[in-house]
Design a protein around this ligand. Sequence first.
Ligand code: NDP
Length: 479
Amino acid sequence: MSKESVVTDKKEETNKNGVPLHKAGITKRDEALDNEIVYEFGGPFGVTAMMIGFPCLMYYFWVSLEYHQGKIYYPQTFTFEGIRSFILHEIVEKVVADAAPNWTATKIYMGYIVYSFILAYIMPGPIVEGLPIPSLKGKRLKYLCNGLSSWYLTLVLAAVLHLTGVFRLTEIIDNFGRIMSVAIIWGFTLTALVQIDSIIKGNSHRLSGNFFYDFFMGYPLNPRIGHVDLKMWAEIRVPWPILFFLSVSCLIKQYELTGVVTGPACFMVLAHFLYVNACQKGEECIPTSWDIFYEKDGFMLIFWNMAGVPFTYCYASIYLMKYQLTTGKAITHSLPYTATLFVVLLLAYYFFDTGNSQKNRFRMEQNGSFFARNAFPQLPYGHIKNPTYIKTEHGNLLLTSGWWGVVRKPHYTADLTMSLCWGLITGAGSFLPYFYFCFFVVVLTHRTKRDMERCEKKYGKDWERYCERVPYILIPYVF
Ligand code: NDP
């Protein structure tokens, strides 16, 4: 077993895989970093613009899909009157007519929210410990990882409800605009409730003192109802299953109205299935991820998980369906083009799945919470035997084996590739299916910058050594 560097001469306790255990884990630097307030996203002005802008953009895109075949549309004249009339007649009137929340949409969306929460509470699953939390003096919270049992139950239940006609899955796409509005309202409401709860309980963390900024970034770090961690539930149980069922809904609708199911529609269902399944089967790895150990539970995470992800990452599926329904022609491609995209998607998924699991399992081994799991599919090379790493003065190890020895963010490269495939399968008729990819490039670029700066401060010269050992971030020899 080769180790890049060992800065201790003490005999260390290691696990069976030779990874040193490091369970104590909180240094003064961790505490300082955890409490450091840096205005991100353009500060109060930037986040306020985002909180207003995101819902508006979602409605603009909804009108585009619903009325303009996914085309970008704009005012005929860029005068005050032209813009006012455009907003009023082209957006507001259409939203009021076809996307206002109603009882049916509320039942569908809020029914799923309550259902998914109950499953998170009661379903069986392994319990894992998270990372030590600096603000709780190194305490490690326990997470009940019952995502997989909940997911399988949901798949069976959805099939039964659909086939018996109790709830036909096409109702999701039939009520898309209205459900989206309920989700938007719920995103704001839940954010407010979580913040109020945090003020009452006095567990607010890393507050800047600016109301808008704190509303966006969040007040509490680890809000819970009983043993359910609200961030984990919101990240794993809400957005991805809704996204998957939206795609299934589009596919069934396409079939019911035209009698055919196209390759691109199947591609989107497969792509979304892979993503949601990966989140559930690897749920035990999530507590060591950045969102759980560092980000607070504010508008950014809550709104995006409750409304943003499911109702904007789905444009490719909706565009494919709407295009066929409005033009009478299905979007299909040559066999080599379609087959290539399927292969690229599956390959990218392989690197995404194993990349995340290599690092997270390595981290779990280090903090003593690793356990082997047979959740389907376990892909080869997802767990590295005898890994190499850089040992830092902090005590943490930085993995340099597997894909983590090739680039510093291999899971981002794979994730971005998948998101590009989601657009490419629709052809070049509309920008909307590429919105997710473009947005994701911005999100991951910003996230990488934030993360690198944090790691630089946390690991100092050890981080520099790590960057020398793994010089590229996303693509070897390019970037
Ligand atoms: P990462 O998995 O990149 O976690 C970053 C942290 O991992 C660092 O802060 C550091 O933590 C630790 N780390 C970094 N390098 C190493 C290493 N070599 N060895 C050991 N530990 C290391 O975080 P994300 O949460 O950003 O990404 C997780 C997944 O979620 C990705 O696949 C991403 O694409 C996906 N994602 C998807 C989104 C979507 O909307 N579809 C949005 C955001 C993420 P420490 O301080 O403990 O050392």
